[in-house]
Design a protein around this ligand. Sequence first.
Ligand SMILES: Nc1ncnc2c1ncn2[C@@H]1O[C@H](COP(=O)(O)OP(=O)(O)O)[C@@H](O)[C@H]1O
Ligand SMILES: [Mg+2]
Length: 142
Amino acid sequence: MEKIVTKNEKETQALGYELGSQLKGGEVLALCGDLGAGKTKFLQGLAKGLGIKGRVNSPTFNILKLYKINGNKNVKSFCHIDAYRLHSEKDLISLGVEEFFKDNKTVTAIEWAGKVKKIWPKDIISIELVHVGENSREIRVK
Ligand SMILES: Nc1ncnc2c1ncn2[C@@H]1O[C@H](COP(=O)(O)OP(=O)(O)O)[C@@H](O)[C@H]1O
Ligand SMILES: [Mg+2]
């Protein structure tokens, strides 16, 4: 497990960037942490690291957003899920997420992943963000 404390949103984004640029495709990331913990900030950096040029925001209202990636050798799409408003795993399954989980050219990231724990793949990468101060967050990756 890796444990890092960031002191501002830029550092959190930089950490996301670093992870994003290392992903090969097929990974599923579970982001856990309270409102404002920095899940979306982390994923904005991660998306940049994957080669996405445009802006990434929380897909709270539409649950799932799919980004196409050009120019990355392996990863062709990024599936961004926000489980905050979901009542059950079934809602995600009906959106076809299990196909994204299995696709080795897709990276999937789930905000509020604790809400859909039942459908976590075995080898999910867990990223926990904890408020430790106004502008500091402890980020644990395992
Ligand atoms: N170290 C930090 N890392 C990430 N965000 C931070 C940090 N310090 C302060 N912030 C602020 O916290 C908020 C995090 O928002 P966001 O990433 O949308 O959270 P979440 O998606 O977890 O609800 C932003 O307003 C950001 O500016
Ligand atoms: Mg968010």
